[in-house]
Design a protein around this ligand. Structure first.
Ligand code: DOR
Ligand code: ZN
Length: 345
């Protein structure tokens, strides 16, 4: 197969940032994706419905002329989040999920949740009104090894929460381990997982072998090869509980290439080409549409997009810029380390 037409994809986990960075990156998402779940970890975070309304307006104002793109807004869960505000946000059609960042887990997560008990009233309301919780599934306990933080989160936070509140719909974001995949598969309902493009392609060697490579550093950090293979199998299986969330997370190069570099990989610009390569390699091109265009909307209770995109396999490798220039500074583009022949035409 050298040409494939699929319904227009959506990105169920995206960082668009704000200001000059937002203006510099949004076109790379709106070119291929119809909708995206927008992460709320700005400084200060998007905590209230009013914050989300204002952020949505800034996103729409930054959209390239003529592009159609629907930002699906989320709220950043804190220990003081107001359940009535969350309910009003959902009722107005603006809010599509609430995001749990364990405090300290990742970029701008210090305002997140330390004590899950304090978040229970909001989570109970969300269960009642059918609003999904997106989770960054890593514990922050200093004693826990960074490569084990997802598995320990499942055991000590996620599973107890699901037992306490089985009606709550939970999206486990950017699953990086076979433990995560197995846990999602074992759940009877109310649990799904997003998988990033880069976690389907790199394992932890990409970050550490032959020199330290900050542009492959993200959170949750890429794990060993056996985990990557489990993610690949889940993504390409067609199982409706798994779908694309790129977690494309731009940082300017000086903040990545330094003594304490930020976590995040920028993939919005070449995600669909990389995914076509991955799915072709696994003999699953016919399931790319389920992963990138069908399973996500079904989970979030939305219709799939009506329009389509076409991917075509080129004889020569397709070139993407090594960096994009934004008003905030240069952002390095994810390099999958293999030639990519698929392009969106
Ligand atoms: O790599 C990451 N970057 N992981 C996250 O969880 C946050 C994100 C960011 O906002 O930079
Ligand atoms: Zn993220």
């Amino acid at each position: 197969m050298t040409r494939i037409s699929i319904r227009r994809p959506d990105d169920w986990h995206l960082h668009l940032r704000d200001g000059d960075m937002l203006k510099g990156v949004i076109g790379d998402s709106s070119r291929h994706f119809a909708r995206a779940i927008i992460m709320p970890n700005l400084v200060p975070p998007v905590v209230t419905t009013q914050d989300a309304q204002a952020y949505r307006q800034r996103i729409m104002a930054a959209l390239p002329a003529g592009d159609r793109f629907e930002p699906l807004m989320t709220l950043y869960l804190t220990e003081h989040t107001d359940a009535d505000d969350v309910e009003a946000g959902k009722a107005s059609g603006l809010i599509h999920a609430v995001k749990l960042y364990p405090a300290g887990a990742t970029t701008n997560s210090h305002g997140g949740v330390r004590d899950m008990d304090k978040a229970m009233p909001v989570l109970e309301r969300m269960a009642k009104i059918g609003l999904p919780l997106c989770v960054h599934g890593e514990v922050t306990t200093p004693e826990v090894d960074i490569f084990d933080r997802e598995a320990v989160f499942i055991e000590t936070v996620l599973d107890p929460l699901r037992k306490r509140l089985p009606e709550l719909k939970i999206t486990m974001e950017h699953v990086t381990t076979s433990n995560g995949i197995d846990y999602i598969k074992s759940a009877e309902n109310n649990l799904a997982g997003t998988i990033t493009t880069h976690h389907l392609i790199i394992n932890r060697n990409a970050i550490l072998v032959g020199g330290i490579r900050p542009h492959y550093y993200c959170l949750p950090v890429a794990k060993r090869e056996s985990h990557r293979l489990a993610l690949r199998a889940a993504a390409t299986s067609g199982d409706s509980r798994f779908f694309l969330g790129t977690d494309s997370a731009p940082h300017v190069d000086p903040l990545k290439e330094c003594g304490c570099g930020c976590a995040g990989i920028y993939t919005s610009i070449n995600t669909m080409s990389c995914l076509a390569h991955v799915f072709e390699e696994d003999g699953a091109l016919d399931r790319l549409e389920a992963f990138s265009s069908l399973n996500g909307p079904a989970w979030y209770g939305l219709a799939p997009n009506e329009d389509r995109i076409t991917l075509e396999k080129q004889a020569e490798p397709v070139s993407f810029p090594a960096k994009i220039e934004t008003g905030a500074g240069p952002v390095t583009v994810f390099d999958p380390m293999f030639p990519v022949h698929w392009s969106v035409v």
